[in-house]
Design a binder for this molecule. Structure first.
Ligand SMILES: [Zn+2]
Length: 173
């Protein structure tokens, strides 16, 4: 569904639309919600803006605490509800962390995770291409051809350890 009449925002090129496969920008949070048919609300904008500031892998609780530290008065249940709505619209991606807890990822481009077995640190790895398609989609299509089943695209999460002697410790940037 396109909304060509909504290109009011100054500096936003006409005809430009974010899609779930591409990075969305903080600046466009309100438009992004609208483009995904989501009702605009202040909590949604706050949460989406926070997530889009950089690539983040956060739990609902840590997101809630960070926002609280910034003086935003959102309840934990509001955070939960809105994260799940944003995930449903493909604007954030839910995944399981090292201990199986639900985490939210602001990077919705095709990528996989390596998770430190000790600290739970998460690092993004761009999806390698096989025959020109991301590995997970390749596997999905392969299994569908072989079985006739309809299967979900797998999202890989590999556990491991970061390089020893890495300067500066954990960094997600
Ligand atoms: Zn990620």
């Amino acid at each position: 569904m396109r909304h060509e009449g909504d290109e009011r925002r100054a500096g936003r090129p006409a005809g430009h639309h974010e899609h779930a496969d591409h990075k969305v920008t903080v600046d466009g949070a309100r438009d992004v919600l609208k483009d995904h048919g989501m009702r605009y609300s202040r909590p949604r904008e706050i949460i989406l803006t926070y997530l889009l500031e950089k690539d983040r892998h956060v739990s609902a609780e840590s997101l809630y605490l960070d926002l609280k530290g910034r003086g935003e008065e959102l309840s934990l249940s509001t955070v939960y509800l809105n994260l799940s709505a944003l995930a449903g619209a493909g604007l954030v991606r839910e995944f399981r962390g090292a201990t199986g807890q639900a985490l939210y990822d602001s990077n919705v481009t095709p990528h996989y995770h390596v998770v430190c077995a000790d600290t739970g640190e998460v690092r993004d790895v761009p999806a390698p291409l096989v025959n020109g398609v991301p590995l997970g989609r390749f596997l999905k299509e392969y299994v569908e051809r072989e079985t006739g089943w309809t299967v979900d695209e797998p999202r890989f999460s590999l556990t491991g350890k970061p390089p020893v002697g890495r300067a500066g410790g954990a960094s997600e940037d």
